[in-house]
Design a binder for this molecule. Structure first.
Ligand SMILES: Cc1cc2nc3c(=O)[nH]c(=O)nc-3n(C[C@H](O)[C@H](O)[C@H](O)COP(=O)(O)O)c2cc1C
Length: 312
């Protein structure tokens, strides 16, 4: 089969994507010039930084800390608020040549409702909403929403009633039972599940003898979490009927293949982009060559291939 005949086009959670590789929230540059042209060639979509009702300054103190094979972040949802997003950022990225997924951070239900009503007023400019019920870096809301099926149901049902377009829900690896949380999100109308956000970690500065981060804990991402995320994708994908988007630690093209084989229909990558924004374009070429070598005409044929092996 010629590599031209291997297509990366796929339909995932109500979205038509030209590639199953998506830039994860908070990791793609804000500058609109990065939303068009060659850099985006390997991407199916870009997720915005988490959007909240009002402007947030983010957390004080150190926000990023490198670990062996990983990155701890404590950004704290710094963003200019939904109105500034709509009036300032959205027009600037209007002429993008990649789909836009608006990542909405759930703080409380009234604020969520206001954010979604405002986004619904510009629904033609937004391809999907990704509901972040999994932020580990804020004191109120955040990860607490996604930690159990009941609160997940409230957040997803609220979002579903106000947003008619594709609705993706981003889960936390720290859910009490991620399969139950995933099932709850599906029952309340999610079109796809992103598995998963960062893992709670911490760092201690041995010179100052104190935790590095003002909030002590922070979210771990990068290659260190890839095997953990892969396992969650495997577990969730076999229990839900909506698509799963694998996220966590993707750093090589083979990681994309492994996520698809575990049951993901697409992937999001973040931390690796800090090293090289061209990775999605590079992965696209490697992926097509792999598909040709293994006789796959589309990535859809690859989804869940490995999921019948093994006995969990
Ligand atoms: C600096 C930074 C900022 C992030 N901001 C957000 C955010 O605003 N909303 C969100 O849902 N996830 C956010 N994330 C999590 C990423 O979208 C992604 O889920 C996580 O980093 C795991 O993927 P990775 O290992 O490929 O980076 C952020 C991650 C990093 C490193």
């Amino acid at each position: 089969m010629s590599s031209e005949r291997s297509s990366l086009r796929c339909r995932v959670g109500g979205l038509d994507l030209r590639s199953p590789i998506i830039a994860a929230s908070g990791t793609w540059p804000h500058d609109p010039s990065f939303w068009r042209g060659e850099l985006t060639a390997g991407l199916g979509a870009i997720c915005t930084k988490g959007i909240t009702r009002n402007r947030r300054e983010g957390n004080r103190g150190i926000r990023l800390w490198e670990t062996p094979c990983g990155l701890l972040n404590s950004i704290g949802l710094q963003n200019s608020g939904v109105e500034a997003f709509i009036s300032g950022e959205l027009p600037e990225i209007g002429s993008r040549d990649v789909s836009l997924i608006a990542n909405v951070a759930v703080e409380d239900l009234p604020s969520l409702a206001e954010v979604l009503k405002l986004l619904a007023s510009v629904k033609d400019q937004i391809d999907a909403v990704e509901l972040n019920i999994s932020c580990p870096n804020v004191d109120e809301g955040g990860i607490a929403w996604g930690s159990n099926p009941e609160s997940t149901a409230k957040a997803v049902a609220c979002a579903r009633s106000l947003w008619g377009g594709p609705l993706w829900v981003k889960l936390t690896p720290h859910a009490c039972d991620i399969v139950k949380v995933a099932t709850s999100a599906q029952e309340c109308g999610a079109d796809a599940l992103v598995v998963a956000n960062t893992w709670l970690g911490m760092a201690i500065d041995v010179e100052s003898e104190k935790p590095v981060f003002d909030r002590v804990v922070a979210g771990l991402s990068g290659p260190a979490v890839f095997p953990l995320a892969l396992r969650l994708v495997w577990e969730v994908a076999r229990c839900v009927s909506i698509p799963v988007i694998g996220c966590g630690g993707i750093a090589e093209a083979r990681d994309v293949v492994a996520m698809l084989f575990a049951g993901a229909s697409a992937v999001e990558m973040g931390t690796a982009l800090f090293l090289d924004l061209n990775l999605p374009a590079k992965f696209t070429l490697i992926l097509k060559e792999y598909m040709q070598r293994h006789g796959y005409a589309s990535t859809e044929e690859m989804v869940g291939v490995a999921s019948h092996a093994g006995g969990i």
